[in-house]
Design a binder for this molecule. Structure first.
Ligand code: 9WN
Length: 438
């Protein structure tokens, strides 16, 4: 399993960073690179540092880290929307999108440092991580002290049912574009055309405002805010390691945690808040469990989230669905509407490891069992563990390396069967040989 995971990461490496998947996502994605760095840190910390520094090489002057950095060697038509749509360049000259994704990069930088201490790397990346947070404070902070996203793509959980209601305010607009995603995966695993039209209309309006004005979609997402808060508490550790003052970051982490509890928490789960209406968008998204990442979350809230995870997300079974199976919108196969994703399970696992090791263990085993059966697929049916979406998906491989490094191989069925034996799983076991030494 370890060899197969490294082989995926090696074959998706493009020289300075790792693409999420050859066919479906042939460029660099922001939060994917952070998750990949976390896994690469386990076998090549140098590669993890390179990955993060290459992403931050495309940071804009205002501090934003674009959600896609385009590879100029890949034809424009290979992914939609490509560079011709976004019409934006980073100061480095790279063509990029103008959206962002959850800021999980400080956590990745810190984990890279823990795997192989390198204060020079921390000193180099720290000001960039601070600027990434500063962009969110300046451009996206509401009077309640929370940061907002202006597009479902910014959530990383693009097609979550949590966005169905806020998206109703968005005019779908004329199609006038050709989807590329359906060339690679089946339509019933991806967003509908109508949702895609809304995504494109929103992105176009944001682009036409010079990537400044939030359009018809503006929400405070619990996962995004939890990532922002964890970034601050991690920046406190990085600052201390660099001989700088951690206190401002600690204060910011405490204040975002308090704002989230005050404005996004209700009845055992965190929810998104629609900034335009001021209303909580009650949903059953597993994003609502990710504030478990926040070190300062009050104990009674932790306990309530754990209760919800057990009751509504069947946490004891070890496989975390992205949306509660008890909710009517739940779907076992459609993109972010129920299937299990390794990154989401990994984030919740991070939040549970110290607090509830008894529940973190089955979650680790569930992630391992999913890839053992189906290979490094993009996502999994939470009941059958059948694989969905693209194959050889980078963060599935990377995060499994991290889980195995910490948890061991418990979760791999004791007898019988080969890794990825399900059709479309790992295929032939390859030998990564020399690459591991890179
Ligand atoms: C749009 C690359 C990205 C992930 C997102 C996931 C998906 C893109 C798409 O793929 O989004 O950004 O084309 O659907 O939703 O989380 O970063 O893996």
């Amino acid at each position: 399993m370890i060899r197969a995971a490294v082989r995926v990461l090696v074959s998706n490496w493009d020289g300075g960073y790792t693409i999420p998947s050859r066919r479906l996502y042939p460029h660099q994605w922001s939060w994917d690179s952070a998750f990949v760095a976390i896994g690469n840190a386990r076998w090549s910390p140098r590669r993890a540092r390179t990955e993060l520094l290459s992403l931050f090489g495309a940071q804009w002057y205002d501090g934003r880290v674009p959600h896609i950095v385009f590879n100029p060697a890949v034809p424009d038509g290979a992914y939609f929307p490509g560079p011709a749509f976004w019409r934006s360049r980073a100061p480095s000259g790279s063509a990029t999108s103008g959206l962002v994704q959850p800021p999980v990069h400080a956590l990745a930088a810190w984990k890279t440092h823990l795997a192989e201490p390198d204060v020079a790397f921390l000193r180099r990346i720290y000001p960039r991580l601070v600027a990434q947070q500063e962009f969110l404070r300046v451009a996206r902070r509401s009077p309640e002290g929370l940061v907002s996203i202006v597009h479902p793509w910014e959530s990383g959980m693009d097609n979550s049912p949590a966005w169905d209601l806020p998206l109703q305010a968005v005019e779908a607009g004329a199609a006038g574009f050709v989807r590329k995603d359906l060339d690679a995966v089946s339509a019933d695993e991806r967003p509908t055309d109508r949702d895609y039209q809304r995504y494109v209309a929103l992105a176009r309006a944001y682009r036409d405002s010079g990537y400044r004005d939030p359009g018809a979609f503006q929400v405070e997402d619990p996962l995004f805010n939890a990532a922002y808060g964890v970034a601050e508490s991690t920046l406190a550790k990085i600052a201390a390691e660099c001989g700088l003052d951690p206190a401002p970051h600690e204060r910011e982490a405490a204040s975002i945690t308090a704002a989230m509890v005050e404005h996004l928490y209700d009845d055992g789960l965190f929810h998104a808040r629609d900034v335009r209406t001021g209303c909580l968008v009650r949903s059953s998204s597993a994003a609502g469990l990710t504030p478990l990442l926040l070190p300062g979350l009050p104990r009674e809230i932790v306990n309530a989230l754990v209760g919800t995870a057990l009751d509504r997300f069947a946490l004891k079974d070890g496989v975390l669905p992205s949306y509660s199976p008890s909710a009517p919108e739940f779907d076992t196969a459609r993109y972010w509407r129920g299937p299990s994703w390794i990154n989401l399970a990994w984030l919740v696992w991070q939040g549970l490891k110290d607090r509830r090791p008894d529940l973190a263990a089955p979650l680790a085993e569930g992630m391992i069992a999913a890839v053992f059966g189906a290979g490094f697929r993009e996502y999994f049916d939470p009941f059958t563990l059948r694989g969905h979406g693209c194959h050889d998906f980078s963060w599935s491989a990377a995060l499994i390396l991290d889980v195995v490094a910490e948890h061991g191989l418990e979760g791999v069925p004791a007898a019988g069967g080969e890794v990825g034996e399900q059709p479309g799983g790992f295929g032939e076991a390859g030998d990564v040989g020399d690459h591991v030494l890179l």
